[in-house]
Design a protein around this ligand. Structure first.
Ligand code: MTE
Ligand code: HPA
Ligand code: MOS
Length: 808
């Protein structure tokens, strides 16, 4: 029943999808192919740079992949459900525990008073109660947990929250603007500036003011939040948790219990998607299951319903902006001043690093000589917002893309031209936070895309089409992406791995990263197979487990394969180095002459099977397993001044979107999208293209259809189910979708010169929003600048059309 699987993104054979493979990646060219390679591995074949199917693809599609709710339940398992606050703000007076305990099947009811030690599940500041204590902060805040014989009975009892909770209501602050006006923040304001923006603004030939906002976004992982806690002997717990951050779950559970970390083991084989939503916010569920399991000495599972998942957890921060920019006659930006106000919800969670990343991505592709940015993290009585693919980067970069589009419309120049004029270039390549933009691919990559997409010819065709089409309007836009890779908190950029070579020559790799559908395990296994020169089928990746690799970072910031790939390579290299003296002796050659390749070790004109070598090594008592470690070099960051080198390198990309807008209904359709994206030298082109396609459509959903609405008085999130919250479907995919990889090795010494791919392509569909804006502009006077909201739902599109046409 409950077998959510990541949807396979491969639609080869779908006539609507026109996928272009970059000729450079063609096997004939000696590099990678996107054709899936499932046959036996020929000799002398690299294991990286090849398209391999996701290690679990066959399990995802057959329903055999085990998610946490599929793990066979241990005898005596109980089920938890959360009782949620019915009010947005108030003082908790009492909870009618007797009413709840009387309900059928109920074994126990837990409140904050049952938490043995710290009542906190917040990752940075300790401001996130597991269960409400004293204050109620938002509609949906967990106040108590019902533990019952089965899930249905637990949920029925928990649904009595409204009757059981007695509270005194207080006025609630529901919007970021309101909180900002009150100076109510979760952390102090952050400022990042360079030059003298105020004087440069005053002196600029042209000025543009803006006041705009973009909504938040629900992660909508297919597998909801879930934790299953099993008591172990001598005061210990094993927790199966759907989480991107097992080590933090371990720590937070230990803190809540008042235990040492060694008493808690957290495991995660895979998630049915995380998208940032399980970086910190899986903790509440892990803590509740852990506390209940320990108190009752029974296994306890907590799987929340989708509606409760929406009501309890936070999501992408919505941002409000106010900007002033100054520019010259050519559209070159001379000065920019901007306030970025994020809606953080009731607690800090990861809002500080999210805002820091937003400030570090406001520049996107552009040189800003004078700039002053002010980041305000507004505290509101809503869910606590958190990581979501891009982690503030999209919210920062979208603002400058809207600004550049506005400048172009004011000047009556194609926005692409204004973009190109503002690109980072030699001599103008220092970011506002002090990092040099090295190995800048913006120009070559966009030039290639302009050509392959036929941008200029299509621009002319669209202008002609619109002149003769009063109802349907087309729009076109090209947007670039520059995305900084690394956690913007330096110490998080580390990873560990454990590689076991068994005596039959097969290999088990464990690393600190988690698998959420992105293909990390596949890539890490490829790296290990490549290092040992053995077929990928000889390597298996096992579940993430805090008892195997300790003190890991979240699988986040797109760094999973960069960090864990390097750590696993380090472990495999250590094993290889231990095998080399023996191999050289057996083959009668020098160690320098040895080649590990195709399941063999060759040297001195002879060959030895890897299996044979390993079997002999065991008899010689050579250690056949090893740990590995990696820490990204060269990073430094001053958190107070927001200056330094926060990123190891940048990933680049660009997209051209063409849309069709029905001006009578406001409906939009992406008729074609051309994407060229930089993943360095791809470790696995099929997985990377899948990531680019998935991120594109996910970002398109954020900007066109996914709208969050809170009741303006009660503060209830009204859009808490797919009936009202519209994520994109297969039908919303660009009708003609051409995704290609820009094949150039990473100049930084990353794992096999690849680049991170998880988040950067989420910014590519800015082109969709701006193409819609372009189509709407065709309904108004020349040089009009449509006031289009994001998400550009049909209502928003109609409002913008009305605004530009009534102004005509
Ligand atoms: N892809 C799938 N299928 N499922 C996910 O949950 N999360 C994204 C991205 N791609 C995600 C995904 C996010 S938010 C990040 S940070 C990266 O994957 C994390 O994995 P990586 O670092 O291994 O790329
Ligand atoms: N991305 C994701 N998670 C993080 C980051 C980041 O840049 N920094 C700290 N936690
Ligand atoms: Mo991704 S938002 O860094 O989990």
């Amino acid at each position: 029943m409950n077998k959510p699987a990541e949807l396979p993104m491969d639609r080869a054979g779908d006539p609507r999808v026109n996928r272009t493979v970059d000729p450079i990646l063609d096997p004939a060219a000696g590099h990678a192919s996107t054709a899936l390679d499932s046959g036996p591995t020929p000799e002398s074949r690299p294991q990286v740079g090849v398209s391999r199917a996701h290690e679990s693809a066959h399990l995802h599609v057959s329903g055999e992949a085990v998610y946490i709710d599929d793990i066979a339940e241990a005898h005596g398992t109980l089920h938890a459900a959360l009782g949620l606050s019915p009010i947005a703000h108030g003082t908790l007076v009492s909870i009618d525990l007797e009413l709840l305990r009387r309900q059928p099947g109920v074994v126990a009811v837990l409140t904050a008073a049952d938490i043995p030690a710290e009542n906190n599940c917040g990752p940075l500041l300790h401001d996130d109660p597991i269960l409400a204590e004293g204050e109620l902060r938002y509609v949906g805040q967990p106040v108590f947990a019902v533990i019952a014989r089965d899930r249905e009975l637990a949920r029925r009892a928990a649904a009595l929250a409204k009757q059981a909770i007695v509270a005194t209501p207080h006025p609630a602050v529901l919007t970021a603007r309101e909180a900002h006006a009150l100076g109510q923040y979760v952390i102090p304001p952050m400022h990042l500036s360079r030059g003298d923006a105020a004087s440069a603004l005053a002196a600029a030939p042209h000025r543009l003011e803006g006041d705009w906002a973009v909504g938040g976004q629900e992660q909508f992982y297919l597998e909801g939040q879930i934790s299953y806690a099993l008591p172990q002997e001598n005061q210990a717990l094993l927790i199966h948790c759907s989480t991107q951050h097992p080590s933090e779950m371990q720590q937070l559970v230990a803190h809540a219990m008042g235990w040492q970390a060694h008493q808690v083991t957290v495991q995660c084989r895979r998630m049915g998607g995380g998208f940032g939503g399980k970086e910190s916010q899986s903790a509440l569920f892990a803590c509740v299951a852990a506390i209940a399991a320990t108190q009752l000495r029974r296994p306890v599972k907590l799987r929340v319903d989708r509606d409760d998942d929406f009501l309890v957890t936070g999501r992408r921060h919505g941002f409000d902006y106010r900007w002033s920019v100054g520019f010259d006659d050519e559209g070159r930006i001379l000065a920019a001043e901007i306030d970025l106000i994020s809606n953080c919800g009731h607690s800090a969670d990861l809002s500080a690093p999210v805002m820091a990343r937003a400030l570090c991505h406001f520049d996107n592709a552009y040189w800003l000589p004078n700039v002053a940015m002010h980041g305000y993290c507004a505290k509101t009585n809503t869910q606590s917002n958190t990581a979501f693919r891009g982690f503030g980067g999209p919210q920062g970069a979208l603002a400058i893309e809207m600004i550049v589009d506005g400048i172009a419309r004011r000047l009556g120049v194609d926005a692409l031209t204004v973009r190109q004029r503002n690109f980072y270039r030699e001599g103008h390549d220092l970011t506002p936070y002090g990092q040099q933009v090295e190995d800048n691919l913006l120009r070559p990559l966009t030039d290639r895309l302009i050509e392959t997409s036929g941008y200029h010819a299509r621009r002319a065709e669209i202008t002609a089409f619109n002149a003769g089409s009063p109802v349907l309007k087309k729009g076109l836009a090209l947007t670039p992406v520059k995305f900084g890779i690394s956690f913007n908190v330096v110490h998080l950029n580390q990873a560990g791995a454990l590689v076991h070579v068994y005596t039959d020559g097969s290999v088990l790799v464990n690393h600190g990263g988690t698998e959420m559908g992105q293909g990390l395990n596949t890539k890490v296994a490829q790296v290990v197979a490549h290092e040992l020169g053995i077929p990928a089928a000889s390597v298996r990746a096992s579940a993430t487990d805090t008892s195997k690799v300790a003190n890991t970072s979240a699988t986040a910031a797109s760094t999973g394969s960069d960090l864990n790939g390097k750590a696993a390579q380090d472990a495999a290299r250590k094993i290889k180095r231990r095998l080399m003296p023996l191999a050289a002796r057996l083959l009668g050659c020098g160690e320098d002459a040895l080649v590990f390749d195709g399941g063999e070790v060759r040297g001195g004109g002879q060959a030895l099977g890897f299996k044979e070598l390993v079997a002999k090594a065991y008899l010689e008592r050579i250690q056949l397993w090893s740990d590995g470690f990696y820490a990204t070099p060269g990073l430094h960051w001053d958190r107070a001044k927001l200056q330094g080198k926060p990123f190891y390198y940048y990933a680049f990309g660009a997209a051209v979107a063409e849309v069709l807008v029905d001006t009578l209904t406001g409906e939009t359709r992406v008729t074609r999208a051309d994407v060229l994206h930089d993943v360095g030298r791809s470790l696995n082109p099929a997985l990377d293209i899948g990531q680019v396609e998935g991120a594109f459509v996910q970002g398109q959903g954020w900007l066109t259809s996914e709208e969050l609405v809170w009741h303006p008085k009660s503060g209830l999130l009204l859009t808490h189910a797919p009936s009202t919250y519209k994520i994109p479907t297969a039908n919303d995919m660009p009708r003609d979708f051409r995704v290609a990889l820009f094949d150039a090795p990473n100049a930084a010494d990353s794992i096999h010169r690849s680049k991170a791919v998880g988040e950067p392509p989420l910014l590519l569909p800015f082109s969709v929003l701006l193409a819609i804006k372009d189509a709407v502009a065709a309904c108004g006077a020349e040089r009009c600048d449509p006031p289009l909201r994001a998400p550009a739902t049909p209502e928003a599109v109609l409002d913008a059309i009305e605004a530009v046409s009534s102004a005509t």
